[in-house]
Design a protein around this ligand. Structure first.
Ligand code: NDP
Length: 309
């Protein structure tokens, strides 16, 4: 059993920023990095909209820098996943997957969100054999091949544009008759000759021997002119949004219907005093690195105030 003043769970921009602040405030801090140290940004190519990088910066590079900065101010960074949390009384007790027990006066939950899947049996059947939720991780395997991206948001447009640089052709499968991505991302997609946007389409299944060879799609599902057909593809990429990683805390913390942790107005305070939520796990709306970093900062300042009181 180990005790700490502050436990930070998660290693995205929210977690590392919180650790920079608690470290500089001399608050003994342990940070658990989870399954994917650096979080979602480590599977992004270029970050062009984080202030201070006029030429952009790669996701992994930015996260390495944030990690070093957190370490510089004394946070103890650990690999491991928190599997259980008891927030019923202070100090809080949490259990790590290696069996370690941590007792913490305050907790900052910065566990982020994970990619959603369509829920098709074929997604499981072809997992790692043509189905992916991360173009920048797996795109390399589809050089000169044909792929499809599902989704109509910024992530889908970004992934389609990225894959177009590798693959011979990219279908972007959008269930509505419009893209909800920002205008600049839409323009990039629409102007890319390698990308074909299939509006009002849904994927209903996949087929292939030993790997994906194609997808069953339906056009204008439920309409009088509904049409079913197949497209030949070598890979399917999901880019349809995310689920917040809040499961182990839901017994104690207020969440919305999707599981996003509800915080108190502009503060990252949760309904349990001493427990704060920062970054995407509490942010269904903005989900931006800069916003996550800002909320990590706020959470750390709240921790400092809470411990002083
Ligand atoms: P979004 O929630 O914005 O978009 C999800 C997309 O997936 C929508 O087009 C949605 O369709 C579609 N979708 C959802 N479920 C299904 C389903 N079951 N079948 C088919 N399609 C489905 O998620 P994103 O990940 O794209 O973006 C999340 C946030 O991150 C946004 O705020 C975005 O702006 C931001 N972001 C910013 C980037 C940047 O600035 N560089 C890069 C990436 C993300 P529908 O429209 O019909 O609901």
């Amino acid at each position: 059993m180990e005790t700490t003043k502050c436990l930070i769970i998660g290693s995205g921009p929210a977690g590392y920023t919180a650790a920079i602040y608690t470290g500089r405030a001399n608050i003994p801090t342990i940070l658990y990095e989870g399954l994917q140290p650096g979080g979602q940004l480590t599977i992004t190519t270029e970050i062009e909209n984080f202030p201070g990088y006029p030429q952009g910066i790669s996701g992994p590079e930015m996260m390495d820098d944030l990690r070093l900065q957190a370490e510089r101010f004394g946070a103890s960074l650990r690999s491991g996943i928190i599997t259980k949390a008891d927030l019923s009384q202070r100090p809080f007790h949490v259990t790590v997957d290696d069996g370690t027990e941590i007792v913490a006066d305050t907790i900052i939950i910065a566990t982020g969100a994970s990619a959603k899947y369509l829920g098709l049996d074929d997604e499981k059947k072809y997992a790692g054999m043509g189905v992916s939720a991360c173009a920048t991780c797996d795109g390399f395997f589809y050089r000169k091949k044909v792929v499809a991206v599902v989704g109509g948001g910024d992530t889908a447009c970004e992934e389609a544009s990225y894959l177009a640089g590798l693959a011979s052709k990219v279908y972007l499968i959008v269930r509505k008759n419009y893209l909800r991505a920002s205008q600049i991302m839409q323009d990039r997609v629409m102007q890319n000759p390698k990308i074909e946007v299939l509006f009002e389409h849904n994927v209903t299944g996949l087929f292939g021997d030993g790997g994906v060879e194609g997808a069953h799609v339906v056009r204008r599902k439920g309409e009088a002119d509904e049409q079913h057909y197949d497209i030949a593809i070598d890979g399917l990429f999901l880019a349809i949004g995310h689920n917040p990683n809040s499961e182990i805390f839901r017994e104690y913390l207020d969440t919305d219907e999707t599981g996003y942790i509800i915080t108190q107005g502009a503060s990252p305070a949760t309904n349990v005093p001493g427990v704060y939520a920062a970054g995407d796990v509490a942010d269904p709306r903005y989900r931006q690195a800069i916003v996550a970093a800002g909320s990590g900062c706020k959470a750390a300042l709240e921790v400092e105030k809470f411990l002083a009181e």
